[in-house]
Design a protein around this ligand. Sequence first.
Ligand code: NA7
Length: 299
Amino acid sequence: MKPTIGFIGLGLMGRPMSLNLVKAGYTVTVWNRTASRTDELVLAGANSAGSPREAAEQADFLITIVSDPAALEQVLWGASGSSDGALAALKPGSIYMDCSTISPDLARKVAGACAAKKVRFLDAPVTGGDWGAKKGELIFMIGGDEQTIKEAEPVIGVMGKKWFHLGPNGAGQTIKLAMNAMLALQVEALAEALALVTAAGLPGEKLVEVMQSSMARSGVLDVKAPNLLKGQYTPSFPLRLMLKDLNLGLELARQVGVALPATAAARETYAHVTEGAKEDLDYSAVMKFWDKAQGAKTS
Ligand code: NA7
């Protein structure tokens, strides 16, 4: 029998992920801080909860995907003085999977709180952007227990095309932070190379064309180069969230005693562009750092 699902967080990622679960025939109860975002899901057949607690109460399987560690703590433990948090309502034996990108430390803290309630926890951040979420083709990076993952697979398979068991709780977040540091650096390197070529009077398209045939070819080049060349930065993975992940990655580096000088430098560029942004932008908008430097048109 299909588990009853509670789903918290209907942002860019959570909306299509939960919609795919509804379409696959699961009974899904959704909660989102901004209540109007539940409308689309309710129209598709989901139930709407009045609080995170209510979303968790009936769930055999709870999923959360919210912005950052603070948001997750709020939905799990409730705003101070409230009893609306999801954790208290989770049933013993249920599975709880968090797909937000947070610190490995917080993932382990949540795992401990779940264990105390006999709830099985997976930290399972995702990659693939909103288009991957829409197509049900996300990649899940999972920390937790093998048997729990086996049981969770039918649900994960509705939202994703591939999942990796990476170790105990916290391992999913650790790999995710390392991967996002690399993605941020790759996009920043592409932006720098384009800035150099265009400042030298050549079209950026020429650089991309050559790179596509060279060892520098990559998925990032395929997906993000068109945005950079057109100066169009509709969020697929928002800039503000990439900055958050760079901060989380650098904090983890501090904890484990490893220097990440390139990531630290990238954080400065991403922070500068995020501070100057008037709207929500994709992280490929890091290119604006050089647009501004050259006094070129910025959108
Ligand atoms: P979005 O589109 O920014 O969505 C973030 C979601 O988190 C959205 O549902 C927010 O509710 C919710 N949120 C943010 N702060 C809070 C607090 N304090 N309490 C409850 N809910 C909150 O992000 P994405 O969907 O692109 O990404 C989600 C995660 O996956 C993130 O960790 C990424 O790094 C990876 P709102 O609708 O604003 O009321």
